[in-house]
Design a protein around this ligand. Sequence first.
Ligand SMILES: [Zn+2]
Ligand SMILES: [Zn+2]
Length: 416
Amino acid sequence: MKKKIPAAKGTRDILPREVVNWQNVESVSRRVFELYGYREIRTPVFEATELFEKGTGETSDIVIKEMYTFKDKAGRSLTLRPEYTPSVVRSIIENRLYLKPDPLRFYYIGPMFRYDKPQKGRYRQFHQADIEVFGEEDPAVDAEIVEMADYLLKKLQVSDTETLVNSVGCQKCRPSYIKDLRSKAVEASRVLCADCQRKITMNPLRIFDCKVETCLEVAKTFPKITDYLCQECENHFSRFCEYLDFFSIKYKVEPRLVRGIDYYTKTTFEVVSPRLGAQDALLGGGRYDDMMKEFGGPDLCGIGFAMGIERLISVVPFVEEKGKFLYLAYLGEESRRAGMEFVQLLRRAGVECLIEYKERNLKNQMSRANKLGAAWVLIIGDEEVKRGKYQLKNMETGVQEEKSREDILKIVRESS
Ligand SMILES: [Zn+2]
Ligand SMILES: [Zn+2]
């Protein structure tokens, strides 16, 4: 027996029957993003490691534990993207997109990579839909992207979701919060896990990302960032909430929602689904007003969100495959050639056709067509070739009739 090579740990195949659901989620997402003025941007799968260390943040769990980092043959340190935002920011600066008249609204759907502990529904190659807006300071845009997310979920028939919002302040007001948070965390350090104890000095905000039960309990007693916001951040947050009301979006203020990424400023939000269990966020995002500047670009604010496709697929109702197709059944070499030729014509006319080249008798071909769910079977034998008329069977009604090629084309095209 030859050795079988399995898929790499933490990866999986998306098989044809499942792909239908992926295509549905992807096409609905694209359509909705484009309705709101977003355009697709495709960046490379790997980037210089530095980009994520600086962008995603050196104290984030992603950078500390979860990156797929490797050296290429020339000794450069590269990383498979663990998230999309730093790549978009890099691309905008590099291509000077901010000098163009086009709106700075981008979306992307594709794979991301994190060296995470594989568990149910979590993979090392996973997929996200990501949107970003740049240069819009007004909180109306914060609310608009939440409203867009809400509309997208409605279009995908996802119900029972909850929208959580928060503000994480800015560089002016956050330091005093971090100071108080750190001293509270020091007081409670005995009960915190080893990871969180390390976070006390590095970045105590990250304690809120910990999923350990005792840490979760202690974190509830910590001060709330919303009590520390400066005037500007407080105004931004209250106007954001007003605009959510304006859009009739129901939401809950969750002061412990700081998100696992270092670059957020002001608005953060998540849409969660109780059907997902502990990892309950379907999508999440926030504002990152300093990132572009930090990367040597113009002083342009940014905001966006990322949506987990695997999680979304698990809550979106299953799509029934509805593609109608014609199965060609033939008897003998001459009929096969006539069939191949006619099928080519039907396909050019937009009719989905299947012809299989393995020798089978008519009975077996009919049962294949039935099993595969063909809408019609076209039967061609020597007699049919001579007459130039073929047998068309409608699989739903069971009616079989001899028809000319023109009629067949007309019938199947009309009901395709
Ligand atoms: Zn502030
Ligand atoms: Zn912890």
